[in-house]
Ligand binder design. Structure first.
Ligand SMILES: Cc1cc2nc3c(=O)[nH]c(=O)nc-3n(C[C@H](O)[C@H](O)[C@H](O)COP(=O)(O)O)c2cc1C
Length: 355
């Protein structure tokens, strides 16, 4: 069966709409007759949070899910071929084979274009309907090794919030993470022209805080202010307050041996299901990405003090959802009814993604 070229480009465009840590967009696409090969972009990987390409593989999982859903919407049957993780640049991580027509589209495909990270505060007074929570739980396909848990009471919610707070205290006191974040941060027109990284306008911060953020870019300034407690304020505003003002807090947990790619697929399905239910969504990636650094790189770059905080955070999130010691944290996220919709984060020119 001949695949239309415009359909191939529509499927690639859907892939490009996927989330990536700090909007790094580290992907390359190579169409090849009825297949599309997807690899990572060597020039856009390797941040501190991307230990051994873990964040990159998670975002590739999200790309795969978007492409698979979009292809299904166009009526194609899709096979995903996963290649051995050779970590060899230019080798595809996965190939999407479009085989025949007649697939039944998933409603999640309709959420690809509007899915976004909403970092504004949500309506705390409006809990999420049980049917929406069930729909989100069921969006993860059964054999993926991943599952969504909800914080069921005030106590478990507090524990997850504490875990996120501790992860942020580590984040704001690690110089390389500080450097990566400020490199990715763009203000004003710069954000519009670069179509890359984090636009300050999408951070959900009050306008007067944005110039302050700019002043904090030199590490010696932030580091000196951290001694006066700046990192507590940052962690409170960046994680604790948004979680407090959320309709629900979820935790995605994975069985041992689940790959980062599979985790990314599960995360994206949950995110699309939340969007489909009309809910705002924000992931809190620092904690799982710190844990992946501990696992993959023995925590290189983290101090003893950081490690102690992460051990405490580990006990908090596990206690909140009764996760056994061998299961892994995929993502903590918050959901809510929208108060304000941010502008959508941009993507680079499509031709730059083609190999
Ligand atoms: C692995 C991973 C970790 C992330 N961690 C965070 C996070 O800690 N906080 C946050 O606000 N967004 C986080 N994000 C969301 C990205 O910043 C976001 O997807 C990217 O900026 C593109 O914006 P969009 O999701 O609105 O398209 C994460 C995304 C991924 C894939």
């Amino acid at each position: 069966m001949e695949i239309k070229q415009e359909d191939v480009m529509t499927i690639i465009s859907a892939g490009i709409k996927a989330p990536s840590a700090d909007n790094s967009q580290p992907w390359k696409f190579r169409p090849d007759r009825n297949s599309i090969h997807v690899s990572y972009d060597t020039e856009r990987v390797g941040m501190f949070f991307d230990s051994a390409l873990t964040a990159t593989y998670m975002s590739l999982g999200a790309v795969c899910e978007n492409m698979r859903l979009q292809a299904g919407k166009l009526g194609y049957q899709v096979d995903v071929e996963l290649h051995n993780a050779s970590h060899e640049a230019r080798n595809p991580v996965f190939t999407l084979h479009l085989t025949s027509a007649g697939a039944s589209p998933s409603p999640l495909a309709d959420a690809i274009a509007t899915r976004m990270t909403n970092r504004f505060l949500y309506r705390r007074d409006m809990p999420i309907e049980a049917s929406a929570l069930t729909g989100i739980e069921l969006s993860i396909e059964r054999d993926t090794g991943c599952r969504v848990h909800w914080t069921s009471d005030g106590e478990s919610r507090k524990k997850v919030m504490k875990a996120v707070m501790l992860a942020d205290l580590v984040r704001f006191t690690q110089p390389q993470i500080h450097h990566d974040f400020h490199e990715k941060l763009h203000f004003g027109r710069d954000a519009i022209t670069s179509r890359d990284g984090l636009a300050a306008a999408t951070l959900g911060l009050e306008k007067p805080l944005l110039p302050l953020l700019r002043l904090l870019k030199p590490w010696p300034v932030s580091n000196a202010l951290n001694r006066l407690g700046l990192h507590y304020i940052m962690a409170w505003r960046g994680g604790w307050l948004p979680m407090w003002a959320a309709g629900a807090i979820g935790v995605i947990v994975a069985q041992p041996e689940t790959s980062c790619f599979a985790m990314g697929r599960a995360l994206q399905r949950v995110w699309l299901a939340a969007t489909h239910a009309g809910l705002a969504f924000q992931p809190f990636g620092a904690l799982p990405l710190h844990f992946l650094r501990l696992r993959e790189l023995a925590g290189a770059g983290l101090t003893e003090h950081h490690r102690r905080r992460l051990t405490q955070a580990d006990a908090c999130w596990r206690g909140a959802v009764n996760a056994p010691a061998d299961q892994h944290l995929v993502m903590i996220f918050r959901l809510g009814h929208v108060i304000r919709v941010p502008e959508q984060s941009r993507r680079r020119e499509e031709s730059l993604f083609l190999q």
